[in-house]
Design a protein around this ligand. Structure first.
Ligand code: HT7
Ligand code: ZN
Length: 865
């Protein structure tokens, strides 16, 4: 396959302003008749080249006249047309049941469902399947009335009727122009939850949530979240919903989290269904966030869409930023910020360090589905956040207003967005634009010096972005770097003659920046990168004492958390390098800092919960040049063990301080449950007296999934002998509920046990496991590959081989999912030589497979280069 280049963009040769579609649904032989009004775009004689894949072509007419003079290939239908304006009618047949890729129209769990982003519409009919062709759609659906009482598409239902043969039909009309990737159709037999939202201008919007039969009670949180998101977008961005109806359908077979189709969102049921017994606090949180994300797309993505797929971050980076702001406003801002940063440090930095490194606006793509990445989404959101920081909240809002007034109803570029931000505020963003074209993780090295005699302090900030697999030469970036200087009492130093100090921010643009502060009594402590104001790594040689000061005194809660993580990381890396000669002074100051954090728990439980958690293996991995798997893993465990055993009384106190109250998903209770389960896991790890009694009591009494899973995780991590028995009880209780069983699968799959490769096949042959269902695949194979450190990275390469075997199986079932779970194998660069070879060997094995999907070809070939 050949890569498409961003620079090759050309406007479409033809435009379509209206489409009329009829779907005669049948499990193996669905008839699709689409009638589109085309106009030639510009003065040219080029043929009309339509996209289409896996379609059986039945007939073609132009202005009602049959056409046979066309050329059909695997991916296109080409027609020579003389007219400038014409109506093209195409009938195709498709087989939804056979479609396991879950892209296009598919049949699963007894319902029909579509997924068209990015290029799935071409599996439904021949079309100009590109985001800059915007058309209005009328859609009529025909199907059996008993089996498919609900037949949905975008926009408003405008007509319906019944046929003599037991079928019925429904006609939908979407008044907004949209690209084909936002088309949706769902038909099935659901339970329906309804509500209403009155917009700020007083319009009443019908809200409809469609779920599997019997799951109605689990839909309330999603619907409440939707209403919160609708109100929030009005308050914060002045954006109101534009149709009279907003529908959400929850389905069990889905490749990603959810899809923002106009007026008809389709969701992975994992991000809709929740009640106290079956869903954790994290599930409740994620549902609110994903419901918000898809809703926010209605303006950032649907009303203003992307010109081409290279611009994906235009809608995704911006919408992730919006959903992050929403989540922060709904609960703890600092805890949310920490979560965002953990994703960047664990996954985005890893992507930058791998062969898949790319800028947030990629330059070259073979398979678009491979670019729904943490870089485009999460780093993209960080880039938007930096603009928010540079322009201020009011300036950012002005920029957004201008963006919508300029581009509503259009398909535009990332440059158009930045230009609107610049024009609205007159802030020069020319250098800032490099964030869109440059990949890699910038490093800012900070050095300082203090002259005790003169009281003069210099601090230098030096930026450098190391080369990445895709781009060797890097330029200086425009980096908003928030910071403060603390005096020896922990007060923030202010000096009106140093504007960066008053602003608590320096804008780095050149390679080196220096700030000088005079009249100081002692060397200050720099508290750096407040709020993670840029997606970068910071290198400063903090003393242990300075880190403890920041933990206690910094005015920025994120910086306090970050300092705690630096202290833990230092202890862990130290121990990994010299396990037999621990640095007692360092460990003591870390333990003292942890003691201090226990006091924070009373005032700021959300922050304390995060500060008492150690950096993940993935985060630690990004802090070293070469990962020594066993050494790092055992050092992390040892440090945790030290904290567990030395402070076991404090853990016990913290555990018992948390009141057990009937489950409600409210911030205070969530924070309290987090502290309780964290304490439990430390107590169990320390083997504290009565810890297993406490654990068993919690398991027996828990009225909610958070506390129940807290027990299982603690038992798993603490390698308690009761673990297997508890897991059995759990399976018996929950085997009817696939979403809960996924938690059980994941707990098994990431167990650090030497017999894991004997256990995994048992999971995969479990009667509830199926390679056809992406949630199951992610919970077993994804959990193993991403999070089972010792199992996946077993020295003999058996973990890699195991994953590769299943990737080869998945290749023909669902290439999109196969290409996602291959990610850990593509990140071989940072491992030791032996592992690098073993990982590359499996990649080469995959590369040798005949009929490899484009998705895998792109990832594997890049990784082997
Ligand atoms: N815009 C959507 C991205 C998407 C997707 C969703 C479900 C299945 C396959 C998909 N391919 C791309 C989701 C979002 O970011 O909101
Ligand atoms: Zn999105």
């Amino acid at each position: 396959p050949v890569a498409k280049k961003r620079s090759d963009y050309r406007a479409p040769d033809f435009l379509i302003d209206h489409v009329d579609m009829a779907f005669h649904l049948d499990v193996t032989q669905t008839r699709v008749i689409s009638t589109s009004r085309f106009t030639r775009n510009g003065q040219h004689q080029s043929p009309l080249v339509l996209d289409g894949e896996n379609l059986q072509l039945i007939s073609v007419t132009i202005n009602g006249e049959p056409v046979t003079d066309y050329h059909q290939s695997d991916e296109h239908l080409t027609l020579n047309i003389n007219q400038n304006d014409f109506e093209l009618c195409i009938e195709t047949r498709i087989n939804p049941q056979e479609n396991k890729t879950l892209e296009g129209l598919y049949f699963s769990g007894g319902a029909y469902c579509t997924q068209c982003e990015a290029e799935g519409f071409r599996k439904i009919t021949y079309f100009l399947d590109r985001p800059d062709v915007l058309a209005k759609y009328d859609v009529t659906i025909f199907a059996d009335k008993t089996r498919y009482p609900h037949m949905l598409s975008n926009g408003n239902q405008i007509d319906k009727g019944e046929l003599d043969d037991g079928r019925h039909w429904v006609k939908w009309q979407d008044p907004f122009k949209k690209p084909s990737y936002l088309f949706a159709l769902v038909a099935g037999n659901f339970d329906l939850l309804t509500d209403r939202f009155v917009t700020q201008s007083g319009r009443s919007v019908a809200l409809e949530l469609y779920v599997d039969k019997g799951a109605l009670d689990k839909g309330h949180h999603a619907l409440a979240s939707l209403k919160k998101a609708m109100a929030w977008d009005e308050q914060v961005f002045g954006l109101e919903y534009d149709l009279d109806i907003y529908m959400i359908v929850a389905v069990d077979f889905f490749n990603m989290g959810a899809m923002e189709n106009k007026g008809l969102n389709v969701f992975n049921s994992k991000f809709v269904l929740a009640d106290a017994e079956s869903a954790t606090d994290d599930d409740f949180f994620n549902i609110e966030a994903v419901i918000g994300h898809e809703y926010f797309h209605n303006w950032t993505g649907n009303r203003v869409t992307c010109r081409d797929w290279f611009q994906l971050s235009l809608k995704e980076g911006l919408t992730v930023f919006r959903d992050q702001q929403f989540s922060a406003d709904m609960s703890s801002p600092v805890f949310n910020r920490i979560k965002n940063v953990q994703i960047i440090r664990e996954h985005q930095f890893a992507e930058d360090a791998s062969a898949m490194a790319h800028p947030i606006r990629p330059e070259e793509v073979i398979e678009m589905n491979n670019f729904y990445t943490v870089t485009v989404y999460d780093k993209g959101a960080e880039v938007i956040r930096m603009m928010h920081t540079l322009l201020g909240a009011a300036g950012f809002r002005q920029g957004m207003d201008l963006y919508f007034s300029r581009f509503d109803g259009q398909a535009v570029t990332c440059d158009d967005f930045v230009q609107a931000m610049q024009d609205a505020t007159q802030v020069d963003l020319s250098q800032f634009r490099r964030w869109y074209s440059q990949s890699g993780t910038p490093k800012v090295k900070v050095t300082d010096s203090f002259d005790a005699k003169t009281g003069v302090y210099h601090i230098d900030f030096t930026q450098n972005t190391p080369p990445t697999a895709d781009q060797k030469v890097k330029q200086n970036l425009h980096i908003p770097f928030k910071f403060e200087l603390l005096d020896e009492k922990g007060n923030s130093i202010s000096d009106d003659s140093v504007p960066e100090l008053s602003a608590k921010m320096i804008e780095l643009t050149s390679r080196v920046h220096r700030i000088t502060v005079t009249g100081l009594q002692a060397k200050p402590t720099p508290s750096l990168l407040h709020d993670f104001s840029a997606p970068i790594k910071v290198d400063y040689a903090y003393s242990h004492q300075q880190l403890s000061n920041i933990i206690l005194y910094s005015g920025d809660d994120f910086a306090r958390w970050d300092a705690s993580q630096r202290l833990y990381s230092r202890c862990i890396h130290n121990l990994a390098i010299s396990p037999d000669t621990p640095d007692d002074e360092l460990l003591d100051s870390m333990l003292q800092a942890v003691q201090g954090i226990f006091d924070i728990a009373d005032v700021n439980p959300a922050l304390a919960g995060a500060m008492l958690s150690l950096p993940s293996f993935e985060t630690l991995s990004q802090q070293v040049d070469e990962i020594q798997v066993e050494a790092l893993y055992h050092a992390q465990r040892s440090v945790r063990n030290l904290i567990a055993t030395t402070l076991s009384d404090q853990w016990s106190t913290l555990y018992h301080k948390q009141a057990v109250v009937p489950y409600r998903y409210v911030a205070d209770d969530v924070d309290s449950r987090r502290l309780r389960n964290l304490s439990l896991s430390y107590l169990v790890q320390a083997g504290a007296p009565q810890s297993s009694d406490i654990l068993l009591a919690q398991f027996a009494q828990a009225d909610n999934m958070t506390d129940c899973l807290g027990v299982l995780k603690a038992a798993q991590f603490g390698e308690l002998k009761q673990f297997d028995q508890l897991m059995e009880q759990f399976e018996t209780r929950w085997r009817h509920d696939p979403l809960v069983l996924d938690k059980w699968f994941a707990l098994h799959a990431n167990m650090e046990r030497s017999d894991i490769l004997v256990r995994l096949p048992l999971l995969l042959s479990h009667d509830k496991f199926s390679l056809d269902n992406p949630n199951r695949v992610r919970s077993v194979l994804g959990s193993f590959a991403f999070y089972n450190v010792l199992g996946f990275h077993a020295v003999d390469g058996s973990g890699y081989k195991f994953l590769a075997d299943y990737i080869l199986k998945l290749n023909s079932v669902n290439p999109q999912v196969a290409a996602r779970i291959i990610t850990p194998l593509t990140q071989w660069q940072k491992f030791d030589e032996k592992r690098r070879e073993l990982m590359r060997y499996q990649l080469a094995r995959i590369a040798d497979c005949q009929d490899l999907s484009k998705d895998l070809i792109e990832k594997v070939s890049k990784s082997l280069n």
